[in-house]
Structures are given as structure tokens and as C-alpha cells.
Design a protein around this ligand. Structure first.
Ligand code: FAD
Length: 440
């Protein structure tokens, strides 16, 4: 079966004869010239709206679909996402530490439907870029004038010999959901005095401060419930985001509980044994009571299928339009994109989504978009009332998104407790705002 973009009420449109996708200006010109015909045959108006399809209903995709719809009601916006509800990663470390329930992380797509966006609950399995047509997992097709891919990340499990993605012994919990609860249950079941090991990957990966926030909140849990236990972070890097702030906070809040092992001191995990929860490094091995192995990552599978990922596994883009450097007419945003100095965060995904939506709407009028300025702030909780942050501003420079010198910064190293407590409340407020903007 082949369908063009479904109608806003969700029912698929049966295929009509296809031609090259019209620009919106051409469409509008055509509408103006033929208004008498339009009066006689109103359905033509609906069909003439340039179809823009967004793939992936995470922070990037949902924000982009909404921004496109709000930007320009003359577009027919379709979001394709297989899950009926999205489970957000930010604040999922709190779920692992027993400070929050998973339900608080889950959001549906009714808000997008109310905006007039067509939500198709399917996976995209293929792309014919020449024909500007997507294939869905039920065998139907979807045509687009412009496509936005926002599939997030996939894991490179093969990079860790011995890892068994199906086994539940070494949960990654790096996509929020069942894995988050699995890790939480394993911590709850662990005896006091047990060793928790977190294996953090090399750059680039989703949420650079995430493993260290996780270590902090697990340490908070251990300090309260299993104080004889210990936590080791085995790191495939020699430095990490907000490092001085994290290390100072660990010293202050969890002395002797958290140990960080850098790449140079044998932090890279070279092999695992699932049966004994043993993590092998170049310098020795660690047998854990609970092991959280976060594998190396790459763009979601559909990015590779669509041909927009390069040999790094990530997707090169134009920093003004987010259009793929490999496949014209396809834009890539969020974690899957190579966004230069911008980290892979929900904040960044949302900022890129809005810039991309503006660029797509402009390109469909036949005009050229202006270079965007993008902001990112990553909050991390070291304890429920102890927040730290890093912020940056980014702009296109030499074909990449580069940091604007002097525009960002991190929390001060010597801030008093009420400052840290305020940053923790800002983090919570940020999560409410961004989830409302994307899904509310
Ligand atoms: P995702 O959120 O992963 O969304 C991708 C969507 O695409 C998914 O819904 C998926 O189902 C869909 N999809 C994939 N393939 C297909 C297909 N073929 N067809 C249709 N749909 C498809 N960021 C912050 O800014 N602040 C934080 O405090 C923060 N904390 C974090 C803590 C943890 C523990 C983790 C793991 C991450 C954290 N992040 C944080 C990072 C943030 O979660 C990601 O950067 C963000 O989710 C990226 O959004 P995305 O839309 O690119 O990808």
C-alpha cells in the first residue's frame, strides 16, 4: 500500500499521482491563481499543503513537529513514532535512586494531535530519498516535501566483548524505561557492603554529565540505605563534563564512597563477563554486585538505513538548516546529529528542533534561512537539593556549530548550599518547561 501524508485526523490518504514536491510559494501562488477552482473543489487545498514528516517523537522530534505546526499552519506536519508514550531520560537518574517514579517521566502525544499534527504510531523502516518517500513498518509509504529525522541513539553492544544485550545482568539504563527500573531493582536488592560499578563510554555519547549525575544519586541512595557499599566509575575518558564541580561535591557529600578511574589509570572496559558481573580493564578486573555498563553509541538505526550517517556512526549536517550533508531534503536533529560543540542533550535537541523548524519553513518558501543562535544548559543533581549546571551558546562557524566565546559558563566552585539548592529547583523547573513545550 502506498499513502501520501495522512490527513490531520490520522486516516491515511490513498496515493494520488506523485510529482516533485512543490515549494510553499509555488503552492500559494497556485492557490491564488486558481481560487475559483478551489471554491469548486475544496479538498485540493488540503492536499496542496506541503507535507513535512518528522521521524522520532523524542525531545528533538516532538519539539520540531510542534514548532513546524506553530511556525506555519500551511504545512501538513506528520510525526512518526512507534511508542504511544515517550519516556524521558532527564531525571531518570532520580528514578534509579528511588527519588522519583517512572510515571513522572512519561508523556503522550495528545498535545501534538490537538495542535493539528498527525501522529502515526509506526516505525520508519526505509527511505527513498530520490522519490522523497518513507516506508513504514506496516508496508505503507509516506511522501514528504522535507523530512526531519530525530531517531536518537543506538548502542554499539559489539564494542564490548562478552556483552549480551538480551541479558539483564548489566543494564545500561541509557534509554529510560524498563532498563531504568531494572537498575533500580538491582540496587535495592544489593546487600550493604556491595560494589556498584558504572562503566562510562568515550565521547561522543548521549548526555555527557549523565554518568556522573547517576554516580552521585546512586551514592546518595547508598549513603542513606547501604552505607558500607562503594561505587566505582570506570571511564573510557581522561576528563568529563563539570568534573571539578562533581569531584568537589563527592568529596563534600560522599567521602570515600565514590571513586573515579580515568582512561589513563585503567578505566576503559575491554571485556565483560555477564555471568559473574565482572568488568575487565587493561589494568585488572572488577567484580560488581551491581554493574551499569553504558555502551558506546551511534545514531539511531534508521539514520544509517537512510544513508545520513557517516563512518563515525553520526550524521553530518549543515549548521544553519540541519540539512544532511549526505542526503538532500533530509534534516537531522537531536542526539543523532553531529552538532559540533553542542552536547547531546534534551535542551540542545529542543533548541535544534526550533531552529530546524524555522529553516524548513523558510526553505519551503524558496528563501534562505538566517544563521541561528542556539543555547544549551545541562543541569545535574549531585543530591536532591544540590544542583550544578553548565551552559553554552552556539552559532554556525566554519561549517559546524561552534561555541560563542565567553557566552557560557559553569556553576561556581565555591557556591554556598542555598545556591546549590536553587540550581536544583531550576533543574526541576527546566524539566517541567521542556516537557510541556514538547508534549504538553
Ligand atoms: P530520543 O529522546 O531518544 O528520541 C528518539 C525517538 O525516536 C524515540 O522516541 C524513538 O522511539 C524514535 N525512533 C527511533 N527510531 C525510529 C524509527 N525508525 N521510526 C520512528 N521513530 C523512531 N538531557 C538534558 O538536556 N538534561 C538532562 O538533565 C539530561 N539527563 C539525562 C540523563 C540520562 C540518564 C540520559 C540517558 C540522558 C539525559 N539527557 C539529558 C539527554 C537526553 O535524554 C537526550 O539528549 C535526548 O533524549 C535526545 O533527544 P532525541 O529526540 O534526539 O532522542
Amino acid at each position: 500500500m502506498r499513502t501520501s501524508a495522512p490527513s490531520p485526523n490520522g486516516s491515511p490518504r490513498t496515493g494520488s499521482k506523485r510529482s516533485a514536491p512543490p515549494s510553499r510559494r509555488a503552492v500559494l501562488k497556485g492557490l491564488a491563481a486558481g481560487s475559483a477552482t478551489i471554491l469548486a473543489a475544496p479538498p485540493v487545498v488540503a492536499q496542496a499543503r506541503p507535507p513535512v514528516v518528522v521521524v522520532g517523537g523524542g525531545f528533538a522530534g516532538a519539539s520540531c513537529a510542534r514548532a513546524l505546526q506553530r511556525q506555519d499552519n500551511a504545512l501538513a506536519v506528520t510525526l512518526v513514532e512507534p511508542n504511544p508514550r515517550y519516556t524521558a531520560c532527564p531525571f531518570s537518574n532520580e528514578v534509579i535512586a528511588g527519588l522519583r517514579e517512572l510515571e513522572a517521566q512519561q508523556f503522550g502525544y495528545d498535545g501534538l494531535r490537538r495542535d493539528g499534527i498527525t501522529v502515526v504510531q509506526r516505525s520508519v523502516t526505509g527511505l527513498d530519498a530520490q522519490a522523497r518517500r518513507l516506508r513504514l513498518d506496516d508496508g505503507s509509504d509516506l511522501d514528504y516535501a522535507r523530512l526531519v529525522l530525530a531517531p536518537g541513539v543506538d548502542f554499539d553492544f559489539e564494542a564490548i566483548p562478552g556483552y549480551d544485550a538480551a541479558a539483564e545482568a548489566l543494564p545500561h539504563a541509557w534509554k529510560a524505561g524498563e532498563q531504568t527500573l531494572l537498575l533500580r531493582r538491582q540496587l535495592e536488592a544489593m546487600e550493604d557492603g556491595g560494589l556498584v560499578v558504572i562503566a562510562a563510554p568515550a565521547n561522543p555519547f548521549r548526555c555527557p554529565p549523565g554518568p556522573y549525575e547517576r554516580a552521585s544519586l546512586i551514592a546518595h541512595y547508598l549513603k542513606a540505605h547501604k552505607p558500607r557499599s562503594k561505587l566505582i566509575i570506570l571511564d573510557a575518558k581522561d576528563a568529563f563534563s563539570k568534573q571539578r564541580l562533581f569531584e568537589a561535591a563527592w568529596q563534600e557529600l560522599y567521602p570515600g564512597l565514590v571513586e573515579w578511574v580515568s582512561l589513563s589509570f585503567g578505566g576503559r572496559v575491554t571485556e565483560v563477563d555477564v555471568a559473574t558481573k565482572t568488568l575487565v580493564t587493561e589494568f585488572g578486573s572488577h567484580s560488581a554486585a551491581v554493574a551499569n555498563v553504558i555502551p558506546p553509541q551511534r545514531a539511531g538505526a534508521i539514520a544509517r538505513t537512510a544513508g545520513v550517517a557517516d563512518r563515525t556512526g553520526w550524521c553530518p549536517i549543515d549548521p544553519v538548516t540541519f540539512e544532511s550533508r549526505l542526503v538532500p531534503g533530509v534534516h537531522v536533529i537531536g542526539d543523532a546529529a553531529i552538532a559540533g560543540a553542542m552536547p547531546k542533550s534534551a535542551f540542545a535537541a529542543n533548541a535544534q528542533a526550533k531552529a530546524c523548524a524555522a529553516a524548513v519553513a523558510t526553505l519551503l518558501t524558496g528563501e534562505q534561512p538566517a544563521p541561528p543562535k542556539l543555547i544549551n544548559t545541562c543541569y545535574s543533581l549531585v543530591a536532591p537539593d544540590y544542583g550544578i549546571s553548565i551552559a553554552g551558546v552556539y552559532h554556525p562557524s566554519n561549517g559546524l556549530l561552534a561555541e560563542v566565546d565567553g557566552a557560557g559558563g559553569v556553576s561556581p566552585l565555591d557556591a554556598p548550599p542555598d545556591f546549590r539548592a536553587r540550581e536544583a529547583t531550576y533543574a526541576a523547573a527546566w524539566f517541567e518547561t521542556i516537557t510541556d513545550e514538547a508534549f504538553g
